[in-house]
Design a protein around this ligand. Sequence first.
Ligand code: SAH
Length: 236
Amino acid sequence: MWNEAATHAFGVTLTPEQADSFDVYLRELADWNSHTNLTAITTPDEVRLRHFLDSLSVVQAVPMRPGLRVIDVGTGAGFPGLPLKIAYPGIHMTLVDATGKKVAFLSHVAQLLGISQGIECVHARAEEIGHVPEHRASYDVVLARAVARLPSLLEYLLPLAKVGGVCVAMKGKTAHEEAVDAKKALAVLGGKLGEIVEVALPGVDEAHYLVVIEKVKHTPNDYPRKPGTPTTKPII
Ligand code: SAH
């Protein structure tokens, strides 16, 4: 059972109701994926391992507690944010993506699961919400998986974190070299490199890392720059 692996690997325990919620999420993902391109991973066991379990691995870097304000930037079909919200219903989770049909999927699943408290599905670009007062500098934890290389990604993430909060970038084998490349972006945007936590998923050979960035200073108001600029002209 994948949720026993979650307990064993990350200390995450799910109630039978939470396990049912993951089954519904899996079913809806398969259903929508047949007409809307949400994920390349389609077999149920792979979804449980590479999406659900991998999402929950975030707790190895940042423990979740009730009241925590968390945002997942470029969440796609909800990873890692929605599995975390299902497993830790007391957190406040904002899921943001630039693609409308993905946000429509997330709103649909949240409604189906009866999650109405402490969840927000936002159709926007990170470069836009980084300047919206209710989002800017208002999160304890800012997450992203598979969105952009770290120097660009930090321009999406750091403006959203509170000073004293953290960003967690879920990365593959390039984690350490991306962290080196991100030195200037860290200095400009008010971040400090924290731990790089290695994650082992059962039966998965490739290396996974959680790159933790502490927000230590206010991000200058010029950042994020206009949509597209963080990736076309990264701070390097
Ligand atoms: N985090 C998910 C999806 C990764 S695919 C996962 O790991 O499975 C990257 C996603 O980021 C896409 O859904 C894309 O629409 C979104 N994205 C890319 N750039 C973005 C930006 N600047 N602002 C918001 N979303 C963005």
